[in-house]
Design a binder for this molecule. Structure first.
Ligand code: TRP
Length: 339
């Protein structure tokens, strides 16, 4: 029985859309945290394949293929199925059923005003052709969160408005039913912020090829660091260079365990006398050392897909019991007809 079942630890729900393998941005932004938090919290990790469909309806195949890839990433970084419960979203019908109920308690205008949705509609270039499922995904995510009765939601800053809208729904349902039906949730936003892409331009993207996947080998890591944006005016090693906006330093801040060494390197770089080659060499070594054991473990697990499937089956079965129970409480609370 997973730790989740028997404890009254605070409940965490986290998740990812399985649209591609996870990368270093996920590692610093959330995966690293999940590995720590699973020891002290009741943690559920959702592979959000149904949500991934909201902006990938033309390519469901890609989502199906990536469910196992994401599961491999989870296990490889140290998410431990005896401490965390990993669930596949589309295999939990209660989430879809709660979504349908919740949609009656939000307005289209409110969904359209959600800053995350607004930004993502822009970024995806939907124009007026917004898939209805996409517009409504905040209600679906509210279903995810409340179905697990999660109170702590580790997400990137960009997802904060989704949690806010979840809480609006929770308050509305609690008010209307006159009971403490569902708990409000808190977004846990990492202090480190978002890791920039290798080119320093866009955010890291699973699909844009500017991210370092967790499965990258030594050669790929070295090549990615080689491409990293530094200070374009720092032409000679002896020149003073800029640390701000320099992607190599941002990565050192995120991954180099020796904070003092990084501070010294920054001072030296600003002053002049530290070349990009030496700097990139250090980062390459750090990332190679970080990813080598993850990659090896991933390759080992990939040879045993039955084990990975089993982890998902067991986790999803545990998630099903909990989410079905919540669904019945909500239906009861709303006073729906019972046969
Ligand atoms: N929206 C999240 C993302 O884009 C994925 C997600 C789906 C999620 N359901 C969730 C995250 C519930 C936290 C809790 O990454």
């Amino acid at each position: 029985m997973p730790a989740n079942e028997s404890s009254n630890r605070p409940v965490i729900l986290t998740g990812d859309r399985p649209t591609g393998p996870l990368h270093l941005g996920h590692y610093v932004g959330s995966l690293r945290n999940r590995v720590t938090l699973q020891a002290t919290h009741s943690q559920y990790v959702l592979i959000a394949d149904a949500q991934a469909l909201t902006d990938n309806a033309a390519d469901p195949d890609r989502i199906r293929r990536n469910v196992l890839e994401v599961a491999l990433d989870y296990l490889a970084v140290g998410i431990d199925p005896s401490l965390s419960t990993i669930c596949v979203q589309s295999a939990l019908p209660a989430l879809a059923e709660l979504t349908l109920l919740y949609l009656n308690f939000v307005t289209v205008a409110r969904l359209e005003r959600n800053p995350t949705i607004k930004d993502e509609i822009q970024a995806r270039g939907f124009g007026r052709d917004i898939p209805a499922g996409f517009l409504c995904y905040p209600a679906a995510q509210a279903a995810d969160i409340t179905a697990f009765k999660a109170t702590i939601i580790p997400v990137g800053e960009d997802q904060a408005p989704i949690i806010e809208q979840t809480n609006e729904l929770v308050r509305r349902l609690n008010r209307q039913t006159g009971r403490d039906l569902l708990p409000v949730a808190e977004a846990l936003i990492p202090a480190i912020g978002r890791l920039p892409s290798v080119d320093g331009k866009a955010k890291m993207s699973k699909s844009q090829g500017n991210a370092v996947p967790l499965s990258a080998d030594d050669v790929e890591i070295a090549a990615a660091v080689q491409r990293m944006y530094t200070d374009p005016d720092h032409l000679r090693a002896s020149d003073p260079g800029r640390v701000e906006g320099n992607v190599v330093f941002t990565y050192l801040d995120a991954f180099d365990p020796d904070l003092q060494a990084v501070a010294d390197l920054k001072a030296q770089y600003r002053q002049g006398g530290l070349g990009d080659v030496a700097l990139k060499h250090r980062l390459t070594g750090i990332l190679q050392a970080l990813l080598a054991p993850i990659r090896e473990r991933r390759a080992e697990l990939a040879r045993d897909p039955d084990f990975v499937r089993d982890v998902l089956r067991t986790g999803t079965a545990n998630g099903r019991a909990l989410t079905e129970a919540t669904k019945h409480e909500v239906m009861e609370g709303l006073g729906l007809f019972r046969l």
